[in-house]
Design a protein around this ligand. Sequence first.
Ligand code: FMN
Length: 207
Amino acid sequence: MESTPETGTQVLPARPRILLAASGSVAAIKFENLCRSFMEWGEVRAVATKSALHFVDKSSLPSSVILYTDDDEWSGWKKIGDEVLHIELRKWADVLVIAPLSANTLAKVAGGLCDNLLTCIVRAWDYSKPLYVAPAMNTFMLNNPFTKRHLHTIGELGVSLLPPITKKLACGDYGNGAMAEPSVIYNTVRLSFNESSASGNSKDQSI
Ligand SMILES: Cc1cc2nc3c(=O)[nH]c(=O)nc-3n(C[C@H](O)[C@H](O)[C@H](O)COP(=O)(O)O)c2cc1C
């Protein structure tokens, strides 16, 4: 995010650069929808974990959205001096949104692990920029004590939570754990990003 030299006041980017990431929850079938929503607001790039690729239909994504995967991280780097993708993406982005956030990726992020493109981006994240997560998992996974601990830990890092909702889940169970609706994710992120940028604080507080 830019700031004026005279005042140091942050300037709201006209079209923010949004890095959208999907991890391996069945809710990743809504990723295309999310990409299209965020494209109305800014420039979108996408990241998917290996598991997320089971749910994301790559061919359905808008052609302007580049989808990065673990393979790109390694195919683009051959020698010292070459760009490192996870560092370039975290520099590029004004905001990172992980939707859906799987229990596995949540646990890895909370524990500081970084063994794929997405978790490397998060581990290298500059927390003066906002990072939002929309967890999506079975109710029993959500209610597992680890989930509460991990959400608490990432909240302390400065990650903002887009809470899951209660409904009939893809597995057939009824309960809390479904990803927030894409429209809610989009509107909440956009509103809170604009509000915090306008108030000169690019780092959002927990929602
Ligand atoms: C059909 C199917 C649906 C799944 N849905 C979810 C889910 O909604 N939430 C979740 O946390 N894990 C879910 N999983 C498990 C994750 O895909 C698994 O933990 C995987 O290792 C996550 O990897 P990632 O975090 O690197 O994307 C599902 C697995 C399968 C096979």
